[in-house]
Write a protein that binds this ligand. Structure first.
Ligand code: ARG
Length: 468
């Protein structure tokens, strides 16, 4: 690019007073954030309206100018909603787009809106408002996800499936119990987001560039008008802290990690080898070459989304880690990771909620799988402890011998003869057969938080109550 091309640009109308020439093309490109921060137009306008009302109430701005600004802002909001605003990278960001449009609409009075304010406190305010809205939307998504899990858990409170440790059959569990584990995770995710919301809900507005302002502003008024609990107590912190973004992103990362684990199970369960579930046509795809295939693409994509969400958290922490106080332009890089993580999480939540709502459990196959692999061996050991008063370690050993015997005979535990079992441990009676069925095994696990259908139903009721 020749000097001529670089130089002919006009200086910036909003901050270019001390500049002889405009920015180089590349400077304008790296500087502009409007391509993504246009997403903050609602929050930006809400912040400006609150600021304007406060300036009028504090006698810093005349009533007439205040009214002109306020109705101009309303009109601009409508224009944004209707997609009528033309975005211009030369205007850098959302704040300058709104102010420039306001000047077109109401003239010079528009320039009074920026009294006692800076883009630094403005953007921090906008982004806190946006993150708060995002949390509310995620919260609703997590509620829908839990309700769908609860419906399936209720329908399958008695259905038996293998419970795994090390992905090896461990003990039989109920399908309802397995699903409720994810309800617990989603409940904690909600509470993590709620904590984050509480901590971020303080207003930076009025911190101005970094040091506060000499105008007699009322930061408490703008804070409460915008639904914040209080104004932030330190103006330098107010404009430069983004730990709320990092915290939001870590909540997103943890929630997405949970969805990813569940998705992994859906992928495994829907395979021909497991055959535990079938995903509906609406959440499966075919192969262009292998006609027999039904692929769980949605589950795979939810499993993968966590990658970019964790990436966003990393990005944010790395951007922040070396920044001196107060505001630096580095902070403009906070938005895209947060937007992307939010979009990915919301999409993932909707997809997994859809999949769970539609999926069918192959209960016969689950029951068979639960009965294989000597899954009631622990029940034998427990029986020997309870009925024959044998110490658990010895009972464990005896049971191991019975498992080996069944393995050698190529049968299941309940198919061993009483005589054979008594040959290993004479105190065994025919009563032991009662604990060998998977139904009795799960029903007996009625300790608090255990897998018994009775416990599952009680837990479902408690969750329904919480979510209602
Ligand atoms: N677009 C900027 C951002 O997102 C707004 C704040 C600009 N402040 C400044 N001093 N240049 O951070």
């Amino acid at each position: 690019m020749s000097d001529n091309e670089t130089n002919h640009k006009a200086t910036n109308a909003l901050w270019g007073g001390r500049f002889g020439q405009g920015p180089a093309e590349i400077m304008a490109q790296i500087n502009a954030s409007i391509s993504f921060d246009q997403r903050l137009y609602r929050q930006d306008i809400a912040g400006s309206k609150a600021h304007c009302a406060m300036l009028v109430a504090s006698d810093i701005l005349s009533k007439e100018d205040g009214q002109a600004i306020d109705s101009g802002l309303d009109q601009i909001l409508g224009e944004f909603e209707r997609g009528e605003i033309t975005l211009d990278p030369a205007l850098e960001d959302i704040h300058m787009h709104v102010e420039t449009r306001l000047r077109e609409l109401i003239g010079d009075a528009a320039g009074r809106l920026h009294t006692a304010r800076s883009r630094n406190d403005q953007v921090a305010t906008d982004f806190r408002l946006w993150t708060r809205d995002a949390i509310d939307q995620i919260d609703a998504g997590l509620t829908a996800f839990q309700n769908t899990l609860l419906d399936q858990a209720e329908a399958h409170a008695d259905a038996i499936m293998p419970g795994f440790t090390h992905l090896q059959s461990a003990q039989p569990v109920t399908v309802g119990h397995h699903l409720l584990a994810y309800v617990e995770m989603a409940r904690r995710d909600q509470s993590r987001f709620a904590d984050c919301r509480t901590r971020l809900n303080e207003s930076p507005l009025g911190a101005a560039a970094l040091a506060g302002t000499s105008f007699p502003i009322d930061r408490h008024a703008t804070a409460s008008a915008l639904g914040f609990d209080a104004p932030m107590a330190n103006s330098m912190d107010a404009v430069s802290s983004r730990d709320f973004v990092a915290e939001f992103l870590s909540c997103c990362a943890i929630a997405a990690m949970h969805l990813s684990r569940f998705s992994e199970e859906l992928v495994v369960w829907s395979s021909a080898q497991f055959g535990f579930i079938s995903l509906s046509d609406s959440f499966s795809t075919g192969s262009s070459i292998m006609p027999q295939k039904r692929n769980p693409d949605a589950a795979e994509l939810v499993r993968a989304k966590v990658g970019r969400i964790i990436g966003s958290l990393n990005t944010m922490l790395i951007v922040l880690k070396g920044l001196p106080l107060a505001y630096s332009k580095d902070m403009q890089e906070d938005k895209e990771p947060a937007f992307d993580a939010f979009d990915s999480l919301q999409l993932g939540l909707s997809a997994i909620t859809g999949m769970v709502g539609d999926m069918a459990f192959n209960t016969e196959r689950l029951h068979d799988a639960a009965s294989s692999g000597f899954s009631t061996a622990t029940d034998i050991a427990d029986w020997l402890v309870r009925v024959a008063d044998i110490p658990f370690r010895n009972a464990h050993h005896i049971t191991g011998t019975l498992v080996k015997m069944a393995e050698d005979q190529g049968c299941m535990l309940h198919e061993l003869s009483l005589a054979d079992m008594q040959g290993v441990e004479p105190q065994i009676t025919a009563d032991i057969y009662d604990v060998l069925s998977v139904e009795n095994s799960v029903a007996s696990r009625s300790s608090f938080g255990g897998t018994a259908p009775s416990g599952v139903r009680a837990s479902i009721a408690a969750h329904r109550e919480r979510l209602s």
